[in-house]
Write a protein that binds this ligand. Sequence first.
Ligand SMILES: [Zn+2]
Length: 431
Amino acid sequence: MEIIVHRGSHEVGGNCVEIRGKSSRIIIDVGLPLFDELRNPLDGFGLKKLSAEELREKGILLDIPGLFEMDRNRDLSLSEQPAIDAIFLSHAHFDHCGLLPFTRSEIPVYASSITSKMMLAGSLFANQVCLPQGRHRKIKDKQTIQIGEFTVTASSVDHSIGGCLAFQVESDGETVLYTGDLRMHGRKPGMMKEFIQSMSRQTIGTCLIEGTHIGLPNGSTKSEFEIESEFIDVLKKSEGLTLMSFSPQHIDRLVGCIRAAKQSQRILVVDAYTAFVLYLLSTEIKVPTIELDANMRILMTDATRNKLSNGKLAKLRESWESKLISRDEIMKTPDKFAMMFPSSLFKSVFEGRFPDQTDLVYSRWSGYLEQSGMKEIVEAISDCGGTTHQIHTSGHIFDFDIPILLKQLRPKSVVPIHTFEPEQLRQLHSG
Ligand SMILES: [Zn+2]
């Protein structure tokens, strides 16, 4: 079994790993990079607009025989390579799945049902890529499937989006573990305990472990439970409307926010994107939904109404009618509400000016705050007499948790990926 890290060995994001045997090949993750060579954040929205040729020119669409549509004719002459049997996606973040639309359409894509749903929601509301249903092969926690000479087993792991899987690939008595993105400080400690227990019962040859925080500071080292407590604090003390800024696909954070709104006796106003994510998740895991939860209302903008105008989506929208709330209703008693805040609402709903004493809870990576759209919003919060509270914790395993996890997994060798500084793992993990 040969492991080729096409991308992600000395950078955070852009994961693409190939496992090659005598007659089979599989690819795990086909991500877009997050940073350039100088480690400056790339403009994700800009990248998503580029063609395959433009991405190839920038060195982003790698030349991996058999994988990308644009190389199909050229690949015909490379018959010595076995074809790619399958793509496995660990989760729906674009640095793991962003190049999927450029891959050859006959290659099946194995991913969890929640990953496919998060990609659907992201494609509808956030300009992200979707997983075509015809290509999707569902794989779930603890399921084992045979792909050519490889036996692949999926395991659920905790990260800042729902549906994440680690993959264990076995062939000829060798085992490779690809952890995907994961962490030990989320809302699902039981899930990680189960993952460790099941891995420690076997011998792992090579472990490809995510190492975002090797060489990047941990930032705050709070758990998701502590984030929920801080949400409650702010929501109780805030004297005006409180805006909540984070991705609705971050299920741990969303659950924490829903619970915090309840605890502080505020109604949580969600946007259509959040309501749609909760609707999709409701058949997968136990979450409150907009239809049933008395503490949630929905604010629909014209843009989101248009996105939900056909067939099943229109029916879903109709089912939300009784839960709709208008801007005027919020403005009458703003201190009664917490509100999911996609930054587009600043112009479309607030017309560039927030009501007095509106607070913003910014619960994303601080790097995004520097971007121009957010700067303007933070200024407007200050202008209305409000405060911006940064309450966030990483979606990735802290550097000090990596040696603890590795001690339990006991792999023979470790390859840190999704990190700028893989070599620094030696200092963290002696032996
Ligand atoms: Zn991720």
